[in-house]
Design a protein around this ligand. Sequence first.
Ligand SMILES: C[S@@+](CC[C@H](N)C(=O)[O-])C[C@H]1O[C@@H](n2cnc3c(N)ncnc32)[C@H](O)[C@@H]1O
Length: 251
Amino acid sequence: MHTTKSSLVDQLVSSSLALQFEEVERFPIWSVVKWSRFIDRMQRSSRPVPPPFQLVQTLVDTYLPLSDGRPVLDIGCETGKNARALAKAGHQVVCLDIAPKAVECTVKNLTKDRLQDRIVEWVVSPIEKFAPSEGQYKAVVGTYAFSFIHPDLFEEVMETNILSAIAPGGYFVGGFFGTKHSWASDPDLTIVTKEKISKFFQERGFIPFLVKEETKLGETTSQGKPVFHTISVIAQAKISKDAFFGQSVWC
Ligand SMILES: C[S@@+](CC[C@H](N)C(=O)[O-])C[C@H]1O[C@@H](n2cnc3c(N)ncnc32)[C@H](O)[C@@H]1O
């Protein structure tokens, strides 16, 4: 479901979007409800908008050109942590989340910082059902939403709904769960290794120039402190198949 700016606030405030959500295989309403509860807990916590995903901040500080007027797609916007960092730096943002509550909270939280005008569109949809135009974003960012794509769908969704939406020379920033993550045995999650995910990007015309592997105790709102083994990536789409002069930073 795409919601354009003009109709946004009224629809969000009514909170009726969840009821309009289509029940489809793999995206039953309980999944929307589960994520909406997660967002509720975040919004009610003492710090409803946590700091941005570290590599999103790196992208904003170091790589993302303001001169390119295309928006950035923020996948799994939660309560606005990545959108706020992007908007603060002057970029336009399209927020997408499976949970209507996430989009609602993101808009409300950015409004408090008078950054709401930088949200140019919001989309309530699972990423698996999102059909963007080719090359319409100068970057696509997310935290760990990509790990929640089912392994059977992962390659297709990443290629068709995410990477194809990035303009030539544009960026992907996101995190993935690794093999030592506490949730790695969940068959519904996509688990990667540093080598596998780097190769995945390279084979699709991207240069994964920053790939960072970390293991630490995570903080979750509902599942205690699992081991968070993560692989975080900044990758740049080649301008053409033959031309790329980016730098390589392996952490
Ligand atoms: C992946 S979750 C946060 C994960 C975090 N590591 C945790 O479990 O505590 C981040 C956001 O992604 C959204 N999300 C989850 N699955 C999604 C999907 N299939 N499509 C779009 N957004 C999704 C959630 O609603 C949430 O706002």
